[in-house]
Design a protein around this ligand. Structure first.
Ligand code: GDP
Length: 443
């Protein structure tokens, strides 16, 4: 997952807060100091961090929070909301012209993922029953035109190209005309990038912009570049009046700085996030879901949407794999229990899951709410490896964990068993969410 370092640090800070029945101003200040450091280390812009912390402090040290029944939870909720706001609040959708074709101009530095993202976007649009046209206006990078043509072939999306001897402004202009003549309702123009911003490039992009008057000018930025990506976005925006950002390589080990700062620094919405080299790895960017993910509150909505999309077997499988394996760790388990505790008795919640009552194994999943603190202590005594791969927890590890958490080996055994049951349940849930299962869920 993106932002792993940031996420685990924040979750750690808030884990501590949540376990307290009462909060003093010092508690909040200590926590905020750690949050501040975590954000700076994630390469978030200094000023953005400062404003962010100030906003949270304002809201969190108020009387209502301190006096509330679960002050730690309230603080986390405040952070969640502010984090969402920081990344843009509501989802920003792609423009759609009421006089088609809708023109989308892609811009960005070389290697940011512009050409790949153009292809991915075409795929998204095609899936929504649009008829996109890709236009190859990058005549400088060797093979850029060919790359787009290959993508087009794979996607069965037409590509308009005039080779590398024609002026990009003319290519864009003729591409647009071609779309009009052929009934394409979206035109995606892939433009040239450079290793660095230079004037000639900006001139060319401005000229294309002037010529085709795009509905969207999207800057593709590489999230791996952190704050540098944000600086690039700002310079492009000053010259090109961008309308949004596509953030790429969120699948890599990015620290998160770009995603968290770009909106605050430039005012531009992040429209899509790219999470892999494959052509279907482009998702609409949902600030609220991303915030929940960073804070370890899970992202069931996206998961379910993916499952619903799972018309092809491959995706459904991938989704199943995610739920079954890597994604659901002990940290998640803990978080889930806390969430559940907040909502009410677990068995009632489980009843709300369609079909869940009938599931085998469900009866055994019981969380004694008073035990949560103990469970928390046990999980905290595990190493990172153990949290990710509980199966490596052998007898001697069990002893160590019991000792470290002030519990008994029997307690540890019980928890491990519960976790296994939970995973089994998720497995069943995930098979219900396959293409056929989804129908059952809805009915
Ligand atoms: P351009 O120069 O901006 O057009 O960049 P390309 O589209 O050619 O992409 C540069 C490299 O980044 C290629 O190897 C892509 O496969 C890779 N890439 C693009 N988007 C992503 C992404 O979201 N995740 C990962 N892991 N790689 C990506």
């Amino acid at each position: 997952m993106p932002f792993e370092g940031l996420a685990s640090r924040l979750q750690n800070v808030f884990g501590k807060l949540r376990s307290k029945g009462k909060l003093s101003e010092d508690d909040v200040n200590d926590a905020l100091r750690e949050v501040r450091l975590a954000l700076l280390e994630a390469d978030v812009n200094f000023k953005v961090v400062k404003d962010f912390i100030a906003k949270i402090r304002d809201r969190a040290v108020g009387q209502e929070v301190m006096k509330s029944f679960t002050p730690g939870m309230v603080v986390v909720d405040i952070v969640n909301k502010e984090l969402t706001a920081l990344m843009g609040g509501a989802q920003s959708k792609l423009a759609r012209s009421n006089r088609p074709p809708t023109v989308i101009m892609m811009a960005g530095l070389q290697g940011a993922g512009k050409t790949t993202s153009a292809g991915k976007l075409a795929k998204v649009l095609k899936k929504e029953n649009h008829r996109p046209l890709l236009v190859a206006a990058d005549i400088y990078r060797p093979a850029a035109i060919k790359q787009l043509q290959v993508l087009g072939e794979q996607l069965q999306v037409p590509v308009f190209a005039l080779g590398d001897k024609v002026n990009p402004v003319d290519i864009a202009k003729q591409g647009l005309q071609h779309a009009k003549d052929n009934g394409n309702d979206y035109v995606i123009i892939d433009t040239a990038g450079r290793l660095q911003i230079d004037e000639a490039l900006m001139e060319e992009l401005k000229n294309i912009r002037e010529e085709v008057k795009p509905d969207e000018t999207l800057l593709v930025i590489d999230s791996m570049a952190g704050q540098e990506a944000v600086n690039v976005a700002q310079s492009f925006h000053q010259q090109l009046e961008l309308t949004g950002v596509i953030l790429t390589k969120l699948d890599s080990d990015t620290r998160g700085g770009a995603a968290l700062s770009v909106r605050a620094v430039t005012g531009l919405p992040i429209k899509y996030a790219a999470t892999g080299e494959k052509l279907d790895a482009l998702e609409p960017f949902h600030p609220d879901r991303m915030a929940s993910r960073i804070l370890g509150m899970g992202d069931m909505l996206s998961l379910i949407e993916k499952a619903q999309e799972g018309i092809d077997a491959e995706k459904a499988k991938e989704m199943e794999r995610k739920m079954r394996k890597a994604e659901f760790t002990f940290e998640d388990f803990l978080e889930q229990m806390e969430q559940v505790k907040k909502m009410g008795p677990l068995d009632q919640i489980l009843e709300m899951l369609p079909g869940a009552g009938k599931m085998k194994g469900m009866q055994n999943v019981k969380v004694d709410e008073k035990q949560i603190d103990r469970v928390q202590a046990i999980v905290r005594s595990m190493t990172k490896q153990e949290k990710l791969k509980p199966e490596i927890i052998n007898a001697s590890r069990r002893q160590r964990i019991a000792k470290g958490s002030g519990t008994t080996v029997a307690d540890v055994n019980r928890l491990l068993k519960q976790f296994e049951e939970m995973k089994k349940m998720m497995k069943q849930l995930s098979s219900m969410m396959g293409p056929k299962g989804m129908k059952n869920l809805k009915s």
